[in-house]
Design a protein around this ligand. Structure first.
Ligand SMILES: NC(=O)c1ccc[n+]([C@@H]2O[C@H](COP(=O)([O-])OP(=O)(O)OC[C@H]3O[C@@H](n4cnc5c(N)ncnc54)[C@H](O)[C@@H]3O)[C@@H](O)[C@H]2O)c1
Length: 309
């Protein structure tokens, strides 16, 4: 008799929590979720030397966060640091770090812990794209895509997650991509690295949740093309549904998702529908739709990030 009573209790608890969660979701659909305060939090942004990383640094500077900025590009990173200080950052520190090198990540992470303190918000943003078709892409470039876009996330988590767990406080942000949700013609290595980054961040989120570490949040960001230069020359044949995003807009949405502790952010919204359609449509229908929307050709004009002198 005892086991069935306890399973009835478990079922009731599950149903009660489910009703509460549905009601909570309905309330936060009508009223925007309160934003958390990040003043005084120590935020590490990788790839802060340009593009989204720089704009994220400036936004968080205005919100009173302490900034730790990493980039392989020393000059760009120091420029961001100066801009963040001018924008009102309480404290901002620039560290030159090649995130594709595990030992360098660990070394710079130790230096940060000694000189600044424990990171409470980690934004894995550094990224590269080869823009080559799979068989044309040299092995070293494919390895580099994985090292920067995915493996660097393993090393930064290893370096900073233990303190977050000890304090049951922290936020892990993964800048993945729409290419981390749906395969793209001409982006095989990039897609694979972004799928890996997505799966890794989601899995560690589940791991901390299962360990009852509810103070550790995760946000996984999957944007379509953004005008930062990384995908220079790429096009969209469906600008009304899949527009190329303005960097300022993308960063506003990312910061909002972090402050509201959202787990997933896909931009533009039509991506949520694309992911749903990919799961439910018959394959032939999905391919016809993708062809009709011109998604096989988005990489045809790829030029990529111009080298800075
Ligand atoms: N721009 C887009 O269309 C787009 C779309 C989806 C996702 N993303 C992702 O957003 C993130 C930011 O990209 P962005 O558009 O700002 O591009 P970006 O090229 O302007 O910025 C990337 C930054 O990463 C740095 N970086 C590259 N390799 C590094 C390394 N080994 N170690 C440390 N830093 C390194 C670069 O120096 C640069 O400052 C990337 O992860 C990218 O994959 C971009």
């Amino acid at each position: 008799m005892a086991p069935s009573l306890s399973s009835a209790k478990e079922l009731l608890r599950f149903l009660g929590k489910s009703v509460f969660t549905v009601l909570e979701t309905m309330v936060f659909t009508l009223i925007p979720k309160p934003r958390k305060n990040v003043a005084g939090e120590i935020i590490l942004i990788t790839g802060a030397g340009s593009g989204l990383g720089r704009l994220l640094a400036l936004k968080f500077a205005r919100l009173g966060a302490v900034l730790v900025l990493w980039d392989i590009n020393k000059e760009g990173n120091e420029e961001t640091c100066k801009m963040a200080q001018d924008a009102g950052a309480v404290r901002a520190y620039a560290y030159t770090c090649d995130c594709s090198r595990k030992e360098e990540v660990y070394r710079v992470a130790d230096q940060v812990k000694k000189e600044v303190g424990d990171i409470s918000i980690l934004i894995n943003n550094a990224g590269i794209v080869t823009g080559k078709k799979f068989l044309d892409c040299p092995d070293e470039l494919m390895e580099k895509s994985f090292d920067v876009n995915f493996k660097a996330h393993l090393w930064t988590y290893k370096a900073f997650l233990p303190a977050m767990i000890a304090n049951d406080h922290g936020h892990l942000v993964c800048i993945s991509s729409s290419a981390g949700l749906i395969g793209v013609n001409g982006l095989a290595d990039y897609c694979a690295s972004k799928f890996a980054a997505f799966g890794f961040a989601e899995s560690v989120f589940i791991e901390t949740f299962a360990q009852n570490k509810r103070g550790i949040k995760t946000t996984i960001v999957c944007p379509f093309f953004i005008k930062t230069g990384m995908f220079e020359g790429c096009t969209t044949s469906c600008p009304s549904l899949l527009p190329i995003l303005e960097p300022e807009y993308a960063v506003r949405k990312i910061v909002d998702a972090i402050l509201q502790e959202k787990l997933y952010l896909y931009m533009p919204r039509f991506l949520y529908i694309m992911v749903f359609l990919k799961s439910v449509l018959p394959l032939k229908m999905a391919l016809l739709l993708a062809e009709y929307m011109g998604t096989f050709k988005v990489m045809d004009g790829f030029l990529g990030q111009k080298k800075k002198d």
